[in-house]
Design a protein around this ligand. Structure first.
Ligand code: GLP
Length: 245
């Protein structure tokens, strides 16, 4: 099965399309389970979902969410934790119960890491698995924080962040030296278990890695290329992100 390609005239059109799919899922299915991503790319999607909540009565009361990843070692008050990112950009503006929100912890002690990661996998399974997974793509081709070399069947675990990924995060942290070196991420196998996956990529800066993920042979050097073998993987691109195809 190959990735289904959706090239949109603009980022706004792309996020409206993905938001509509999510809204349909939530309205048609009790306890829809969403896999959520961070980064700049999904912010307009969260804004559109908040708009649907406010203006079109889309309720998240029955929705369960699992985020892809979290930085390790940050204080819970640090503005760049993904927990804070998600609350600031999405959860604080909708009616989702706090108990339905799941992210790996940024503060888990070294001795508790394995148990924490296994518990995350089990929580996803107990919720019935992920119905709809949102993804962005990093410059290294990563999905979540699955850097080059991540196995296709990897599960939630602690990972070392690639230097390119840390450099991309440096402005938000006020310098490379403040960017965490490690994170917890869902594995490639965890992500590939989702029933439907939508990867969004916007702007010229994503064009080359999008081309590699879509057109080059599947390789663990570009974890997004694993999506080529998923039965329902979709790439939602704007014209600039599709310009190298
Ligand atoms: C981080 C996140 C990824 C995200 C990537 C790209 O590495 N862990 O989930 O896809 O950044 O971010 P952006 O959307 O800002 O380009």
């Amino acid at each position: 099965m190959s990735i289904q390609l959706h090239i949109h005239s603009s980022r706004e059109v792309a996020v409206r399309c993905v938001a509509r799919e999510i809204a349909t899922l939530i309205r048609n299915q009790a306890h829809a389970v969403l896999g959520l991503a961070t980064g700049a790319t999904p912010i307009p999607l969260y804004q559109e979902l908040v708009r649907l909540h406010r203006e079109e009565n889309l309720s998240f009361r029955q929705v369960i969410t699992f985020n892809l990843d979290e930085y390790l070692g940050l204080e819970s008050t640090h503005p760049e934790t993904y927990w804070n990112f998600m609350h600031r950009n999405f959860f604080d503006h909708i009616d989702i119960p706090a108990a339905s929100i799941h992210l790996p912890s940024s503060r888990v002690a070294a001795g508790d890491l394995v148990a924490h990661c296994i518990a995350y996998e089990e929580a996803i399974r107990a919720a019935g698995g992920i119905d709809y997974q949102i993804l962005g793509i990093g410059r290294t081709g990563h999905i979540g924080f699955n850097e080059p070399g991540s196995p296709i069947d990897s599960i939630t675990r602690r990972v070392h962040l690639d230097e390119i990924t840390r450099q991309d995060a440096a402005p938000a942290f006020g310098g490379l030296e403040h960017v965490p070196t490690h994170a917890i991420t869902m594995g490639c196998g965890t992500i590939l278990s989702a029933r439907k996956i939508s990867l969004m990529a916007f702007g010229e800066g994503k064009a080359e890695i999008v081309r590699k993920a879509l057109r080059d042979p599947v390789t663990d050097q570009v974890s997004a290329s694993f999506l080529q073998d998923h039965p329902s993987a979709h790439f939602h691109l704007d014209l600039a992100a599709a310009s190298a195809l």
